[in-house]
Design a binder for this molecule. Structure first.
Ligand SMILES: Nc1ncnc2c1ncn2[C@@H]1O[C@H](COP(=O)(O)OP(=O)(O)OP(=O)(O)O)[C@@H](O)[C@H]1O
Ligand SMILES: Nc1ncnc2c1ncn2[C@@H]1O[C@H](COP(=O)(O)OP(=O)(O)OP(=O)(O)O)[C@@H](O)[C@H]1O
Ligand SMILES: [Mg+2]
Ligand SMILES: [Mg+2]
Lengths: 469, 469
């Protein structure tokens, strides 16, 4: 007799923690740092705050047990939402259509689940939301069966500094520092490259303190919430939008709730779908919504989504970051125009750094980023690696020597993809699927930068030849 | 002001369907076939039933819309569980510690979610559980916001044949048959290789009918439910086990609820953990359970898990499958002894097929399987590919020519990993993480088979030299 049961999302992700990057004590330590730092950065640069982030990893009690603390000067978390934000899997402030690092509503909860299953310790949260004058603090565990927070302690006290705001999160877990440290050091370096406007202080369990100073006060333009585009729509998305709309007619619904649909386009789409423009949206039947989705897909006159809600880093900031951390002799960057994939706009940016303090190596150093998050694992499964490999090794493709580069060479290549929907291959956010539109954009960006590098190398070669006469 | 909210697992997987292999109309068609066929096989061979499976893909209405129907002679589904089995994400009969293809409680629901969002159609289910004399039928959609089934139709009628039992599932969705067909054909061939005891009839949208006949009536031994092993335990697993145990003392709890713990081992572990053997399990505090987990990990005297609950395919059946589908001149297979990873036993099996009808190619054809499921995508991210590549290309490794093989060559390599916990890299089950213990087992199995192939090729070379004198 088969045993049927349902489980909660907390049970699901606890049982399958390897899907989220928590498969062992090496990866769990790394992933916890990532999840906390990425939440801290989302709470700052997304809101035009210059980030100041303090990270501590300290041995705590038994061998192999560490306390990880991350503190930021971000927007803080309203106290009524703190228990669910840390204690309920699939709870988030980022379930809106805006480019942020966080997207799943899972990250910090994975760290809490892991810590609680390894040391039994709750997460400790201190937070002062902008404009509030108190520090709110909580000790939280997760009731895995019910997927609800267990509040072990809560309270508040007056904040010492009326202008301070931010969050401090502290987690106690088992980790393998020895095996994880190189990846963690690399994570901080790559974070400093992509957010050179951030000040980061990292103190490790061996007593070392790493200070990444703020290399610029320039911030990228902030991301904005945008509306869905018809090409990203299906029946269930429309059902959900209809539930929440105040529009009284289907024509107004299309114009108001979607991007890229004006009066003329709305009428044409409705005509194609055989639906009267005055129809109340909430009265539509499923087969009518199906015809609407078909009309979206077959009607050729819908403008592609714009990209101005996105938040690219920008060529200046990319160059500042590469210079500050890699100290190359030559650096360049390019931000491509917005492109589209399944109704979501995306922007590819790339950077190249050559020579100087960069070590020579048989292959270029590939620095991958998605929505300003550094991706360090699963390189060979990633779309950027595929493009770089194709440029480097395909018989029918141009090769590096065509750009005056012969390996071993001191060269680093940065690729950043930003979008309201990143096609991550897994919830652990380590690699990006090889979507053809994204592949094309990365290749175009890299070739543009390689042409610039070639001009530089040719000029340098010429100068050396002249000076040696 | 940040917009906080929680979402259901149905909303989560609907929004992130690319994580589960439903990223576009090519992959969705392929993945739907997989999920339905894998459920059908779980309902048969796991229960010592020779599988007979019928698969139809038929154009249905508009261009690009298909109806997929899969019918099996399996154990069926009790009617009271059908709505949740098809309409509630994270609902399953396979959340027990036993080797099955299904593990997540998500597969068929992803197909239902995709179909409903693309065509608005419900899934249609017909089922007669073993021993019942009626056919129970349902039309079900998923309430995505609440993650509960919506039953559009239900009923039952007397089954025509008192001995018939099984299930028929029918789904209507949009798909790109042209781009998906080669992968789907390959999926059926690779399924026929691994379950040659199964009869499969597949009729495609072009009117072709593919009949994979039952090549043997030998079935692998069925998998059995097993108990957790202490090395796979953490605080939350033990909490959960304590909730459900009838054991009155912690000593009896350890002996009864875990595998590999007898009287002596139980006493020694409890001594190490500083817990009295007579302590009632439900009275233990978190810090005591933490000491128990430490004792599990530090005590050296715990036998590794046995593997006899696992269900390897077996060398005979692997060879039958390879012969029936690839028609090689030479075939061999090996089933390794059980090994262990994080408290879960696993068995690696491998097969090799050479010559005959196999086409020569620059690289060996790699056939990957996990718990009898063929894995066709993400090959380069998979542990088997990594091992094969390492054997083939590392400078310090033996290469293929050492085994008398020079490329191009007509060679196929099969790797099957079975376990109560497969370290899949994603919920779409396409590749397996490179866990060192698994890597070692695959390499040992392949080298064993390559030595056998070498003997065959040397013998063949000698015979040809002698006959040419
Ligand atoms: N340091 C922080 N400052 C402000 N808000 C935070 C901070 N850390 C967490 N939060 C809040 O808690 C929520 C849950 O965080 P969590 O990491 O689980 O999910 P997420 O960041 O939304 O998505 P993802 O799973 O992709 O990380 C966030 O959406 C955010 O609102
Ligand atoms: N053809 C079938 N015969 C018998 N039971 C079935 C069949 N199809 C589905 N089921 C039942 O429905 C449940 C849910 O199926 P679903 O594919 O969603 O999850 P699963 O197979 O348990 O896990 P996974 O997500 O890994 O596939 C199964 O556990 C099984 O009990
Ligand atoms: Mg997060
Ligand atoms: Mg399944």
């Amino acid at each position: 007799v088969a045993e049927f049961k349902g489980i909660s999302p907390a049970q699901f992700f606890y049982k399958n923690k390897q899907l989220a990057g928590f498969q062992n004590r090496v990866r769990a330590l790394y992933q916890t740092i990532r999840e906390l730092v990425e939440n801290a950065l989302d709470a700052t640069d997304t809101h035009m705050i210059l980030p100041t982030i303090k990270v501590d990893i300290t041995p705590d009690g038994e061998d192999g047990v560490f306390r990880i603390t991350v503190e930021d000067n971000g927007i803080g978390i309203p106290p009524e939402h703190i228990p669910n934000a840390f204690g309920r899997v699939l709870y988030s402030s980022k379930y809106v259509l805006r480019q942020t690092r966080g997207t799943f509503g899972l990250g910090v909860k994975m760290a809490v689940l892991y810590a609680q299953s390894e040391t039994g310790s709750p997460v400790e949260v201190y937070s002062t939301p902008i404009g509030r004058k108190r520090v709110f603090h909580y000790k939280i565990k997760i009731d895995i069966e019910k997927n609800v927070p267990i509040i072990l302690e809560e309270g508040s006290y007056p904040s010492g500094d009326a202008r301070w705001h931010g969050t401090r999160v502290s987690i106690r877990l088992t980790g393998d520092w020895g095996r994880a440290k190189n990846k963690i050091y690399e994570y901080f370096k790559r974070t400093a490259i992509i957010v050179p406007y951030s000040e980061i202080v990292f103190s490790d369990p061996e007593g070392n303190i790493f200070y990444f100073e703020r290399a610029t006060t320039k911030l990228p333009r902030p991301p904005r919430v945008t509306k869905p585009h018809p090409h990203g729509a299906d029946i269930e998305l429309i059902n959900d939008m209809i539930k929440n709309t105040k529009a009284r007619t289907i024509k107004d619904f299309l114009i108001k709730e979607f991007q890229s649909i004006g009066e003329v386009t709305a009428r044409k789409i409705l005509e194609l779908a055989g639906i009267k423009p005055s129809t109340p949206p909430k009265s539509l039947k499923t087969h009518q919504i199906e015809r609407l989705v078909r009309a979206f897909r077959s009607f050729k006159g819908i403008r592609p989504p714009r990209g101005d809600h996105l938040s690219p880093i920008g060529e200046d900031i990319i160059k500042i970051g590469l210079k500050a951390i890699l100290k190359p002799e030559y650096v360049d960057a390019v931000t491509r125009r917005p492109a589209v994939h399944e109704g979501h706009a995306f922007i590819v940016e790339a950077g190249i750094a050559y020579g100087g303090a960069i070590k020579s190596s048989d292959t270029p150093l590939l620095l991958r980023y998605a929505n300003k998050i550094p991706l360090l694992y699963d390189e060979t499964a990633d779309v950027s690696y595929k493009v770089l490999w194709k440029i480097s090794t395909s018989k029918d493709r141009l090769d590096w020597s065509q750009y005056e580069v012969s390996f071993p060479a001191p060269i680093a290549v940065l690729v950043h993809i930003c979008s309201t929907k990143i096609p991550y291959k897994g919830v652990g956010k380590e690699s990006i699927a090889d979507v053809p539109e994204i592949e094309r954009e990365i290749e175009a960006a890299l070739r543009h930068l390689l042409r610039g590098l070639k001009r530089y190398l040719l000029k340098k070669k010429k100068e050396m030849e002249e000076s040696s006469r």
